[in-house]
Design a protein. Structure first.
Length: 151
């Protein structure tokens, strides 16, 4: 199975950021970006190769989603702990989440088939399917630590 998903999104957003200091040893900064309306066109073409000792099939499928109703949020946080005047510990976290909903369409084409049903036609027929309520969700999160040595 191979595929090459492609997503084009238009996300107008607004955001806030800030920074602060606490207890003379902790400096921090943060940022949040949010969009209550995001638009997306998602396409995922998939090629299936199914083989056995006596039969083989190749299917090509494509799923598309045009979403007019989406949400997006992204945030970052970073803290710097001063251990000594020349040594500090840095901790950070970042992440994002988005979800698009809309009408999806699934298209299937049988490119080649040796699998024959008892009627003499391929067991899987090409066609299209409309999905009234399709959802695409994507998220990622990361974090880390670093030790800062100042000369």
């Amino acid at each position: 199975m191979t595929g090459d998903p492609l997503s084009k999104a238009w996300i107008p957003y607004f955001g806030m950021r800030g920074k602060g200091r606490c207890c003379d040893v902790l400096n921090y900064k943060w940022r949040v970006v949010y969009s209550p309306f995001a638009f997306n066109k998602f396409t995922d073409p998939i090629l299936f190769h199914c083989r056995s000792a006596t039969q083989a099939e190749v299917h090509q499928s494509r799923f598309t989603l045009e979403a007019q109703n989406g949400r997006y949020i992204q945030g970052d946080f970073e803290a710097l702990f001063n251990i000594t005047q020349s040594l500090a510990l840095n901790a950070w976290a970042t992440g994002s989440w988005m979800r698009f909903t809309g009408e999806g369409k699934s298209e299937l084409n049988v490119i080649a088939s040796t699998v024959i049903s008892n009627t003499g036609t391929p067991a899987l027929h090409p066609g299209n399917e409309i999905i009234n309520h399709a959802t695409f969700t994507d998220s990622w999160y990361a974090g880390g630590l670093s030790l800062d040595l100042r000369f």
